[in-house]
Structure formats: structure tokens, C-alpha cells
Design a protein around this ligand. Structure first.
Ligand code: XBP
Ligand code: MG
Length: 247
């Protein structure tokens, strides 16, 4: 079966976004007069929980804060977390609009090659749609989001990665079986989600996931642009076709 579609993770895969997410979380906490500050050492642990709202809740539930700070939040904790997360998303959009992010090496080339050769493109991500649109607009221009035929994102499914739900949603919207697709991921959570949906997966390690376990990946690279050399092909798309064929 030939490769008909490529399904991309966003954060850490398309772009090294997590430092901008981390800055956005900290600005939202500051705006809410919370003394919370997520440094890199803490954030690498918190990233084991996918989803920004779920991550904030995990931080609260695992005792990361003093009870006084909790009392400063709305009595409806879920409402308070949702409000904090909306503020964070607004900060992320502003930081991204200021040019804080670009695509990782090789990704824009792959998008161009895929579109020129009729390979369909989709996104399956835990992050929220405004964040995706902000990233793609900043990195690819006003037509950026239009590159992708399907964008399966965030709260559109009941269970976030490592559950396979978001990849199953992308496959359903594409109308394709996993056997004619390839997933690109950067994290153990994302890899497990893609494998759970039956997708062969290429992993490109990212800054926050470099030490994670990628057992089950079809191939693990430090950068996508290494794929042609790793697979003996002339282009990145040809490398992904070869990787898909060999699975
Ligand atoms: C990564 C995530 C997201 C981001 C933060 O998603 O788990 O939660 O860290 O974005 P993926 P939100 O790797 O699947 O793209 O605050 O919008 O969740
Ligand atoms: Mg990711």
C-alpha cells in the first residue's frame, strides 16, 4: 500500500514550541497574582501530562502550591483552571505572533513536497486550535493552516494522548485506514497514541523529549532533515515513502 497521508503532531514536532508554552503559562500565573513559576526542571516533569488544563490540575493535585494560593482561585476550581488556561492561550498567541516560533528543519520542505505529489496532510495534536493557527500563520503565512486538510486538536476528543483518540479522529476525518498513513511525533505520549491508532510512526526527538523511550517507532531521528541520509533517498518525502513501505 502506498503512502497516502502524513499525520503531524504539533508541539515539539512541527516546531519547538514548549518553551513558548512555558512562558505563556508563567505569564498567565503572574496575571492571576499567583506565585507559581514553572522552571524548565519542573516543566519537563509536568509535560508527562498532556493538555494545558490537565497539566495545571496535575500541578495543583500533586501539591505544587500552598493552600492559600488555591483559595485565591475561584471556588469552582475547574472554572478557575479554564480561565487561567484561556489567559495562557492568549499569551501564547501574542508570543507566537511576535515571531517566537518557526518550523523545525525539513518540515516546510516536506509540506511542499507532499502537496506537490498528492500526499494528503493532517494534524493530530493535544494543543488547542488557536495555538495551531497562531503557529502556522507565523511560520507559513496567512495560508499556513490551509496546508492541512484535517486538523484534529485538543478538546475535540474525550481522551488526550497517550490515548489514540486524536489520531483515530484524524483518520476518520481523512477517511483512510492507518496502513496508508505515517505519523510524525516527538514524545513517548505521542508515539503511544499513534501506535495505539495502528500508525507507523517516525519520531523526531525534541528538546524536552530527548531522553524518552521511543520503543516501537519505525525510526528515531534528531531532525527530520536527516531522513534522506538515514534511508538512502534523494528527498525527505522519498525517505518517508521508503520508511512507510518498509513497515
Ligand atoms: C503538547 C501538549 C500541549 C502543549 C500545551 O501537544 O501536550 O498540552 O504542551 O498546549 P502535542 P495547550 O505534542 O500533542 O502537540 O496548553 O493548548 O494544551
Ligand atoms: Mg508533541
Amino acid at each position: 500500500m502506498s503512502l497516502e497521508a502524513i499525520i503531524f503532531d504539533v508541539d515539539g514536532t512541527l516546531s519547538e514550541t514548549e518553551e513558548v508554552h512555558r512562558a505563556a503559562f508563567n505569564r498567565a500565573f503572574r496575571d492571576a497574582n499567583l506565585s507559581w513559576h514553572w522552571d524548565q526542571a519542573l516543566y519537563v516533569r509536568l509535560l508527562s501530562v498532556t493538555g494545558g488544563k490537565e497539566r495545571i490540575r496535575h500541578f495543583i493535585d500533586t501539591g505544587g502550591i500552598d493552600p492559600a494560593a488555591l483559595r485565591s482561585l475561584d471556588e469552582d476550581l475547574n472554572w478557575a483552571i479554564a480561565t487561567l488556561h484561556s489567559s495562557k492561550t492568549a499569551h501564547y498567541g501574542r508570543l507566537t505572533a511576535q515571531g517566537a516560533l518557526q518550523l523545525r528543519p525539513g518540515f516546510e520542505t516536506l509540506l511542499d513536497e507532499a502537496r506537490a505529489n498528492g500526499v494528503r496532510l493532517a494534524i493530530a495534536t493535544t494543543t488547542s486550535l488557536p495555538n495551531i493557527e497562531a503557529l502556522l500563520h507565523s511560520a507559513l503565512g496567512p495560508q499556513g493552516a490551509g496546508c492541512f486538510e484535517v486538523i484534529a486538536a485538543g478538546d475535540s476528543v474525550a481522551r488526550k494522548k497517550p490515548a489514540p483518540d486524536i489520531y483515530l479522529s484524524a483518520l476518520e476525518q481523512l477517511g483512510l485506514s492507518p496502513g496508508v498513513c505515517l505519523a510524525l511525533e516527538d514524545s513517548n505520549n505521542g508515539l503511544r497514541a499513534a501506535l495505539g491508532a495502528g500508525l507507523a510512526t517516525l519520531v523526531v526527538r525534541s528538546a524536552y523529549t530527548r531522553e524518552q523511550d521511543f520503543h516501537g517507532a519505525a525510526l528515531v531521528l534528531d531532525e527530520l532533515e536527516q531522513a534522506p541520509r538515514a534511508l538512502g533517498t534523494a528527498s525527505i518525502l522519498a525517505a518517508l515513502r521508503e520508511l512507510h513501505r518498509s513497515q
